[in-house]
Design a protein around this ligand. Sequence first.
Ligand SMILES: *Cc1c(COP(=O)(O)O)cnc(C)c1O
Ligand code: SF4
Length: 348
Amino acid sequence: MNNTYRQPALADMPLFTKDERDAISRVALQYPMRVTSYYLGLIRAPGDPIYRQCIPSEEELNDDSGQTDPLREEEHSPVPRLHHRYPDRVLLLVTNNCAMYCRFCTRKRNISDRTTTITDDEIARVVEYLNRHEEVHDVLISGGDPLTLPVNRLEEIIRAVRTVPHIDIVRIGTRIPCVDPGRIDAALCNMLKKYHPLYVNVQFNSPAEITFESQRACAMLADAGIQLGNQSVLLRGVNDSSEVMRELVRKLLAMRVKPYYLFIPDMVKGTGHFRTSLETGYEIIRSIQGWMSGMATPQLVIDLENGGGKVPLSPDYVTGHDDGLYSFRNFENRLYEYADFRACHHQR
Ligand SMILES: *Cc1c(COP(=O)(O)O)cnc(C)c1O
Ligand code: SF4
């Protein structure tokens, strides 16, 4: 095991009382805890957005809502570790290991099962599957966190995927630039840039996560020619306000990361205390769209239960249409009209 990460010694943490430590340990028995010392150092007060994301809460044990595998990921898996849910792209889960176990994680059920990282045999089966499926053009490498793998192991995986001629792009989903930014180094960046076109989707949920260190990590990846996108999760008590999300997307763009998705949290058992209303999500999008750079607006999405897949939730700017006459509400809530001559019968 890599020893960059350490399980924090709870007794060392002045942040917690003995009762709090006992509660944390109780929850961690069911849902393991792990946090980097870097991320722990970003906590400013108990219950703040950083704290909520990494410190176990008793609310996790008291949650009767949700399922352990709401996305039915286990059912769209033609070969181990590969999920083929959408026509032209696949999700490849190369490890169950993460630098930090986010308390709201969708894969709470299998994260931290450290025995399982992808084997040579599994890589061979994945490549064989991809070769047979010429409709697949995009391989999204995720986990767990792929950047917890040693650089040479990650390279073996990417190189194997790149032997398949019809794969256009490789994407990596990772939280490392946010939770352990020191791990983004020249060796990693020099390896990654050999496999362009390569996209990296990071996950920042709070402006408090954007630090000198995480800015440096993203700059190194961007300087290696990697397109960076951000996938946030909408989390109660972390980023469920327009003010916070506006600050976050502005800081992301300033460090060359394009806000990509804002996820409604999945219906995962043990994460109910993080859920907000969908209306909060719409409100946040409306407070960005038009008010800030067009680059700043993420797509609000919900990953439907029972394997329905991702569906965009877009605030409606069309207020109605009648015989080719469309009415709109703009970002300032003013009304406008547009005559669609191709659809408008009386105009012919
Ligand atoms: C999210 C996801 C993808 C990638 O989706 P994009 O919308 O293209 O980012 C691919 N496969 C699975 C199973 C996914 O859950
Ligand atoms: S880094 Fe991603 S996969 Fe790992 S615990 Fe956090 S949300 Fe889950």
